[in-house]
Design a protein around this ligand. Structure first.
Ligand SMILES: Cc1cc2nc3c(=O)[nH]c(=O)nc-3n(C[C@H](O)[C@H](O)[C@H](O)COP(=O)(O)O)c2cc1C
Length: 319
């Protein structure tokens, strides 16, 4: 059984599954593999670093399948988006911040606008802007999201109701086909999945990161801004990120203002990274990390997720 939805029809893909535009780790090889597997692969362009884009865009564009590219609205500038548009993506996804400055350029280039939202206010703004797809992100998600976000299960159906005919993807805490089936049952037109795709053959992550995800447990993940502050990241304070445990979380939890004011502590962090005492990057992972137990090729994973979703829906229908 193929699961045809408004999302699969919009982009001409086989499965209602998109890989998240994970900044840095969703490179061209991962996005291409997801698209070749029948999903919709998204390149994680982050703020739109030119050299990274120049290296990764041709890889996904060469695959000749529908694909997209995601930017952080608070960090990107129009030139990065224009660089991506030269490669003719099917969609540009905008997350975290005001999508307004980019939407017209994207549409004029003939690409769809996907907006990731974390509350109803953002969902309304995305729809007013004419988003072609809305991604409803719950706080179970790995990586960054709203400090005061919503949980996926109750959030997705409200966004679906608000969006009317505009397809909605559910994101956050989905790592197997049962989660994809649940997203469809909530009225979403598919799932956008991040953490699960970090543990694939094509993700641009260190082997230690992939291994930490395979070993990681949802109960060990935590949303916090401590690691952004410690590594002197420019992420606005409205966003926290969900990661696996980390020594700096234990040391600074609840003392974020003190950490932000301490140049010494931030220097210590850089020294600890240089010595190899703490990993170069936090391990961003969502609550569904328990379900990640292997490192498959991404195309195989897409097919397995789709088959498992179809099976879960059939079983639910029979009972
Ligand atoms: C390592 C990692 C990096 C991410 N980077 C981005 C990003 O640059 N832009 C973005 O829109 N979302 C990013 N996200 C969030 C995803 O778009 C998505 O909301 C999330 O992965 C869904 O939850 P899941 O991880 O439980 O599947 C990232 C997620 C992870 C795990």
């Amino acid at each position: 059984m193929t699961l045809s939805t408004a999302f699969t029809r919009l982009f001409g893909v086989r499965h209602p599954i998109a890989s998240a535009p994970m900044g840095g780790s969703a490179g061209g090889a991962l996005a291409a593999a997801v698209s070749l597997g029948g999903g919709f692969g998204l390149l994680g362009a982050g703020g739109g670093e030119r050299d990274w884009l120049a290296r990764e865009l041709p890889i996904v564009a060469r695959a000749g399948r529908p694909w997209g590219v995601g930017f952080l609205s608070w960090a990107a500038d129009v030139r990065g988006v224009e660089q991506a548009l030269e490669y003719d993506p099917g969609a540009v996804m905008l997350s975290f911040g005001d999508p307004g400055p980019f939407a017209e350029r994207i549409r004029a280039a003939g690409a769809a606008v996907i907006v990731q939202v974390t509350d109803l206010e953002e969902a309304r703004q995305a729809l007013d802007l004419g988003a072609d797809v809305v991604v409803a992100q719950g706080t179970e998600s790995g990586g960054h999201g709203a400090r005061h976000g919503r949980s996926t299960l109750p959030f997705v159906p409200v966004v679906v109701d608000l969006a009317g005919p505009v397809p909605v993807l559910a994101a956050g805490g989905i790592a197997d086909g049962r989660g994809v089936a649940a997203a469809l049952a909530l009225g979403a037109a598919g799932a956008l999945i991040g953490t699960r795709f970090q543990a694939t053959a094509e993700a641009l992550v260190a082997p230690s990161t992939a291994e930490a995800i395979v070993q990681g447990r949802g109960q060990d993940t935590e949303r916090s801004s401590v690691l952004d502050i410690a590594r002197s990241s420019a992420w606005p304070s409205a966003y926290t990120s969900r990661t696996l445990g980390h020594p700096y979380l234990d040391r600074w939890r609840g003392r974020e203002a003190e950490l932000a004011a301490s140049a010494d502590a931030q220097r210590d962090y850089r020294a600890d990274v240089a010595r190899g005492d703490v990993p170069r990057l936090p391990v961003w992972a969502g609550e569904a990390v328990d379900l990640v137990t292997d490192l498959p090729p991404a195309a195989e994973l897409v097919a397995a997720l789709a088959a498992q979703a179809a099976d879960a829906l059939a079983r639910a229908g029979r009972s």
